[in-house]
Write a protein that binds this ligand. Sequence first.
Ligand SMILES: C[S@@+](CC[C@H](N)C(=O)[O-])C[C@H]1O[C@@H](n2cnc3c(N)ncnc32)[C@H](O)[C@@H]1O
Length: 284
Amino acid sequence: MLLVDLKKKYDFYLRNKFSKLEIQFFFKILVKKYLQEDPIIILSKPETKINKKKVEFFFSALKDLKNNKPIQYILKEVYFCDKKFILNEFVLIPRPETEELVNWFLENHNEKYFEKTILDIGTGSGCIPISIKLKRSNWRVESIDISEKCINLAKINAKKHSVEVNFQKRDILNIENWDNKLDYIISNPPYVAKFQKKDMDLNVLNYEPKSAIFVENDDPLIFYRNIIDFAERNLKKKGYLYIEINPLFCNDIKMLFERSNLEIKKIKKDFFEKKRFIKAKKNR
Ligand SMILES: C[S@@+](CC[C@H](N)C(=O)[O-])C[C@H]1O[C@@H](n2cnc3c(N)ncnc32)[C@H](O)[C@@H]1O
């Protein structure tokens, strides 16, 4: 089949689901991935012949896109903080907001040559701890997740980037003892209340792991309560907690901090002007 004909199939079968620009975007990255070619060939060499095996890849991706599968799961990879991470459907697709959290943290804590210890809660693909370890190679970086599948994938990603992160399968809602005192804790925990499902896209609802995203309507702050409690016990004095939040519950989360020995230093808005991140310090 010719590249130009393949492109026509994409335009035709996806026309009711995506804009022309979106289809073009998907097609370009699939050309890059499956043909290992610069997507410019879509215009410069439209008569390029695509072999049967590769046509099958393109058709399979087309079917997935029609069924709302996120492109990141089709490609089985995603970029986070300029690095490529392997992805599968057992882990959340890392979001640009979380890159903002990591960059904010790194800007504020530039102690490259000191041996600091940081724990990331809710590993997922390993994007947060691996990105931090890549920039702070002297630090001890730890990361926990309740899901063994997340831990396994995160270990693969750490190996891919040749960094050492201590991953452990642990449940932050049932964690009694922790071995070492921490300078920093960072987390992007599950925080979307189930009642918010009605406003969400099908690609998220049908494909991303529910346990990574949702919390019960009757206790949407469960992770914040437990993480603050954990931070009170395990952060060093003058240690910091950085956490991504659901803007809808910002005031309730503020109240949780007010009842703790962690003092909020800043509530930061994300790129979309939503209150999305909190930085808090353990004073006592
Ligand atoms: C919002 S995702 C964040 C994943 C990754 N850090 C990121 O930003 O892309 C939340 C993660 O918390 C994990 N998780 C859910 N419940 C947990 C628990 N009780 N203890 C530890 N981790 C948990 C999920 O498996 C998921 O990987």
